[in-house]
Design a protein around this ligand. Sequence first.
Ligand SMILES: *Cc1c(COP(=O)(O)O)cnc(C)c1O
Length: 384
Amino acid sequence: MDWRTKLLQSAPATPAGFESLVAATHRASTVVFPSMDEVREGWRQSEVGYVYGIYGTPTSDELATRIAALEGARHTFLVPSGQSAIALVDLTFCKPGDHVLVPGSAYGPNVEAAETLLGRYGVEAELYNPMIGAGIASLIRENTTLIWCESPGSITMEVQDIPAIVAAAHARNVVVAIDNTYASGVLFDAFAHGVDVSVQALTKYIGGHSDILLGSVSVATQDAYERIGDMRRTLGLSVSPDECSLALRGLQTLAVRMDRIEASTLEIAEWFTSRDEVNVVLHPALPSCVGHEFWKRDFTGSAGIFSVLFDPRFTTGQVNAFVDRLKLFRIGWSWGGVNSLVMAYPTLTRIDEKYHGRIVRFSVGLEDVADLIEDISHSLASMK
Ligand SMILES: *Cc1c(COP(=O)(O)O)cnc(C)c1O
């Protein structure tokens, strides 16, 4: 064999029997078949075997299978980000002429996708009050095909009555999808509460270290499995095995991180309740959070984000300056990593209340909680 050919042949067989504790990182576009008889097609690799890298490698399969097991899903599809998970669900369940309901408390780009992406294809998006509960029945139309939930909501943290919304939706054959990122698929059992599709930004707690972008779409029903799988294939959404291997590593420490983050966050949120600079502390485990009773009924714990609403005597400038003075809480989008983060929202509005310039969201990491409280306390002291 010419050396040019040798360069392209795989190594002589390495010894069999290698076992480690780590899932291997398999990179592939092409999967080779032993013969024409054994050539396979289609995206249903979990039924027919490996076909092509875009439908998954053993690394992404391992991650998808574990997320499905944690969420109790029929199947989990992986996608490049949390936002692509949302867009995939939108494009799967809506066609021209349809109507979609999105909570006013949803992650901003979710609302944007419904209003602009779907709007462009003749789908009407309507925002609803996240606390509507069974009242959502009155918003469901003949052409409503999808209801989004997100609980707690982004930034304003409203916990929704999911079973009530599911009951109203299913009575009219409407699919219910939830953005279950806050719960990381473990603090709230979406499928036990009747939801059809659960999406997560694995970017957050599953990745856990602010260094990957990845999303998941988990489905409960065969119908959702077929439809999401077809659309994922059409859109060509694939994930990097390197990101998947980091998410698999993240899963190994998810429990200890979440436990520690839950305790620190509760301590900081409770500390805030005694401060007169803020009027409301929006943490699902505190009675001051809208929908706290549903958190108590449906959740098994809380995560590391909460918001505070500053007293109206402070200007937006003063609230921004409070954020600027923090040293351990870094200013940045996203959350769920080991470093504490903070963000003010000077232009945030919600359906029935203005939070303009007064709301600040914290994402608590793994720093010592006394240091974090000291950081906040120090910055508050300069607000007078
Ligand atoms: C961050 C986030 C997303 C989007 O995740 P990306 O991976 O950053 O695209 C979706 N939903 C919620 C609730 C989020 O916080």
